[in-house]
Design a protein. Structure first.
Length: 296
């Protein structure tokens, strides 16, 4: 079992790493050992109705220790890092008040980075501006025309960040590039972060990703995707881009066979896990680094 030096009343344990690396099991064991409660930092596990395909904690997991911010949004919501951070800060302070230790766990690097290192001081954007941006046919092209510097900082396919940049430009009159040059503001400056990261080998991660997806298919992932598909939501919503969802929807729409959809989903999961691994290796400073998947 991992041993941490003496924790303080303001300590926050952070467990980060790529998908299928065993983060959730490690977080549960740490919460049990250090009188903790778990806070989600995964941008897909915040959505309701898809616990299998998003690999959210099971009922048995939740019975062991309290879990927070899992399955809190309907898939129609475009959850942002700002939304999550505001909720996470509230939950962490509530957990401290109960004289317990928050254990933040997830694979969304942006969530973890904003929690630990702070955020740009961008003001709240009015709902009417968000609604206006949502009506723009090609937001990236619009951003190129109005905020070329900001647009060139972003991947055109990252629709969530592109839309956010457009909202910021319309709402503040300033480029997202200008905001990013301002000093960061920490939402939880009093926290003593104790960071653990999982960095298994690519080979081990591949095997775990493939085995886990096979298990998901056996226990109902396709039914979840069928339900999600039936909501007729826009393809650019975060929930519709969940690992495995676009591929299985192709099968449901008779665009490929089930085996082809599964293989493609595994490939994309593998690629995503590799990108996560690179981010955590290079960007997240940790007190403890584990170079294998965590297994109970």
């Amino acid at each position: 079992m991992i041993e941490l030096a003496e924790l303080k009343s303001n300590s926050v344990i952070v467990v980060g790493g790529p998908t299928a690396s065993g983060k959730s099991d490690l977080a549960i064991d740490l919460a049990l050992r250090y009188n903790g409660e778990i806070v989600n930092a995964d941008s897909m596990q915040i959505y309701d109705g898809t616990p299998i395909i998003s690999a959210a904690p099971t009922k048995d997991d939740k019975a062991k220790v309290p879990h927070h911010l899992f399955e809190i949004y309907h898939p129609s919501k475009n959850g942002t890092v700002v939304d999550w951070l505001n909720l996470a800060v509230i939950k962490i302070r509530e957990i401290w008040k109960r004289k317990k230790i928050p254990v933040v766990v997830g694979g969304t690097g942006m969530y973890i980075d904003n929690l630990i290192n702070g955020t740009t001081p961008i003001p709240e954007i009015a709902q009417k501006i968000k609604e206006h941006v949502a009506m723009i046919a090609n937001v990236y092209e619009w951003l190129l025309q109005h905020d070329e510097l900001g647009a060139k900082m972003l991947n055109a396919k990252d629709t969530t960040r592109v839309r956010r940049a457009a909202e910021i430009f319309l709402g503040t009159g300033k480029s997202i590039a200008e905001w990013y040059n301002k000093p960061m503001i920490k939402q939880l400056p009093e926290a003593d972060f104790r960071v653990i990261k999982l960095l298994p080998s690519v080979e081990e991660l591949d095997e775990r990703c493939f085995l886990r997806f096979d298990k998901m298919m056996k226990i109902g992932a396709l039914d979840e995707v069928r339900w999600l598909d039936g909501l007729n939501l826009p393809d650019n919503l975060p929930a519709m881009k969940m690992l495995g969802v676009p591929e299985l929807r192709k099968f449901l729409h008779n665009e490929c066979s089930l085996s082809e959809a599964v293989e493609l989903a595994k490939l994309h999961t593998r690629q995503y896990a590799k990108r996560q691994r690179t981010w955590f290796r290079n960007k997240l400073k940790a007190e403890i680094e584990i170079n294998c998947c965590y297994k109970k």
